[in-house]
Ligand binder design. Sequence first.
Ligand code: BG6
Length: 482
Amino acid sequence: MTMPGAFVIFGATGDLARRMLFPSLYFLDADGLLPSELRIIGAARSAHSDAEFRADVKTWVKDRAGPFFSEDAWKDFERRLGYVSGDATDSQSYVRLREALKGDPGALFYLSTSPALYIPIVQGLAEQGLTGAPNGVIVEKPIGKSYASCEQINSAIAEHFAENRTFRIDHYLGKETVQNLIALRFANALFEPLWNRHYIDHVQITVAETLGVEGRFGYYNEYGATRDMVQNHLLQLLSLIAMEPPHDMRPESVRSEKVKVLRSLRPIRDSELRDKTVRGQYARGVADGQTVPGYSEEEGGKPSDTETFVALCAHIDNWRWAGVPFYLRTGKRLPTRHSQIVIQFRDIPHSIFNGAPLMANQLTITLQPEESISLTIMNKTPTLTQGGYELQPLSLNLSLLDAFKGEKRRRIAYERLLLEAISNNSTLFVRRDEAEAAWLWIDRIIEGWARTGMRPAPYQAGSWGPAGAFALTERNGHSWDE
Ligand code: BG6
């Protein structure tokens, strides 16, 4: 396997590059994980000398690294950095880039730009002969706004880069707890026998954010919560929870199992939209003790029908999951930043405890704010009572923070993903058919909302979304775990 000689970031002065990509590369280097000869080249429109660019990157890395910044590590990292300026739609930019890459054994191109530039960039690279193996491309979500646009981008990329050299990033797959989900399911004998419709009552996936749109109204208003979060992050979580055991960890083994889940998602018909989907949009309210504006009053905002909250009840039509609801929920301006997966087991079939209340077992995997896994089990209360047992639910808790105290800092999800791409391993990247299958399911919902005129219901910033979100679970006798 050839390691790339250069890692090129298009959109090198943008927000993602500043906050995530350069700090991640810096940390990988500081830990000795980057190939020693790897050069890192920023490409963006503004004119900068290499020295000016390095000074900018240093500020971004220092900001992000805080107490973990080291001047010595920086000195090593800095020598890797270079800059090429140019407009992504101007063919001369690629001539300059080709010059800058002369002598490198191969290059990985990270497109951290507006998706509208993905096709022009790939074509510009191709014109300069920069797309053949071993070169590869990394693309950020959103890949398209629908199945059709995703397919179009994928096809344009596929003309120049092979699928195994195309890395579609979903940063949730870089999160430690998300990868731990694979370990939890397949490195333990305990769960697999129970991991099906016979023992699991329902599954909840919540990704709650306290932030609003944070100056991104223009982008967000075009996409909304369903395209921004569900099509990618939440459906990726769902497919990891629901997939069959893969044969091994090779990219084709894992991703082939995930895509089967996505293809088994039951389409939600227009007549079911009001029962199985909820759209919301935040109105003025209170977050973290401060009054915050409603969505349409945000900077650059305007009255809009875009949802900032969505809750869905999904079903997977296969033998393992028939009849098990998967509730998905995500939103902005919710009361806490809190992302978790709850596996709710079924009630015991018969109680011998004289009607004492019992709670079914629950496995909770918390992604954010802290990573933890907890299993709720029923216990006898250690008291003497007349006439039998008093029971109470208690949790077996595994805090990953405590368990791995030696790991001094929480890694950025991008560190793992960049390292995997540089090492040419695509297990943690989304394959073309996965992205397209997810869009097909999502398109039907979004188009259904338009066909049936289902507009987002307002909810107060700082609340758990519109009342319909509670009705969604209660209709089946369930309730959200909060
Ligand atoms: C991004 C979305 O993909 O994920 C953002 O575009 C969202 O709108 C973010 O805020 C959430 O990521 P995380 O890692 O903070 O949960």
